[in-house]
Design a protein around this ligand. Sequence first.
Ligand code: ATP
Ligand code: LTN
Length: 327
Amino acid sequence: MKKALTAIQPSGFLHLGNYIGAIEPAVKLQTETKLTMFIADYHAITVPQKPEDLRRNILFAAATYLACGINPNRTTLFQQSRVPAHTELAWVLQCVARMGEVERMIQYKDKAVGKGESVSVGLFTYPILMAADILLYNTEIVPVGEDQKQHVELARDLAERFNKQFGDTFLIPEPQIRKDGARIMGLDDATKKMSKSATSAKNYISLTDEPDVVRKKIMTAVTDSSTEIRTDRNRPAITNLLTIFSAVTGRPIEAIEIAYLGKGYGEFKKDLAEAIVEYLTPLQAKLSLLLADETELKRILDDGAARANEVAEHKIRHVRKVIGAKL
Ligand code: ATP
Ligand code: LTN
């Protein structure tokens, strides 16, 4: 079985974009691959986090993964900061990475814009920590949203450079980007991705939004000028809504297009809202049950960390040896 790895930052609520772009593909991968999945708490602190919020968000992210169908017996599920080899390898790779290639990372440019000199150094070096996350586990496949592709490519470049310099140590990982839904767009602006850091809550559907909130957000979602319900590169808003409809129901987009031939946006949006509510209601029920038992959640994460440490320790010992740090 191939080895896959993915992670999500515990930076608050999760939205449908995170679900469709990252969580759902990971849930599917559990059956076809040996999956490693973690909560990237050390990535989250690249921007200021209140300690009590971070703690709550770590538990929330773990519970969300489980509620969405991650099976902790099958998948290694853990918290990044519990496996020290991540930060240790990140340091070694920082000494392999070059300023120029890290400066090219688009996400850093996006997130640092307008913040001047006050952004953390961690925000800049974070793709190198991500490379360490991936390379520690002999990862072959990294399922992520489109926005993370460049970071996976950096991980590949660093692995190749390290291997050339110190001998074969790391496998070269491949990003796996799903065709539809790799980039779910904002409901209030279909030219930008759905995002936690959006200024308006109308941009996204949180996985914890109540039914009435979902209905309101879908009914007020922007649409395009034409009335046809059909995907079209020049009509990002309706294309986005169709993608979401397909993702939450499992129906192919073409089948949905046929079902709404000659029908209006009003009816389409009403049905879409109900499909989302139907999808989210059982998920929310599972989530509250999981969150109510913190002891069990922590037990699952402890068990995952123990398994992850075994693999990661093995790799970092090898790294120390080949770079000459082992006496
Ligand atoms: P922010 O908006 O603050 O950058 P985010 O919403 O992108 O945060 P992340 O924690 O950075 O959330 O992403 C978690 C995972 O979800 C990543 O694999 C990312 O590619 C994916 N993802 C995030 N937003 C979307 C989106 N709009 N469409 C598809 N996938 C997404
Ligand atoms: N940077 C990713 C989260 C992440 C990740 C990883 C994803 C951290 N380490 C390793 C895949 C593999 C993000 O979603 N912002």
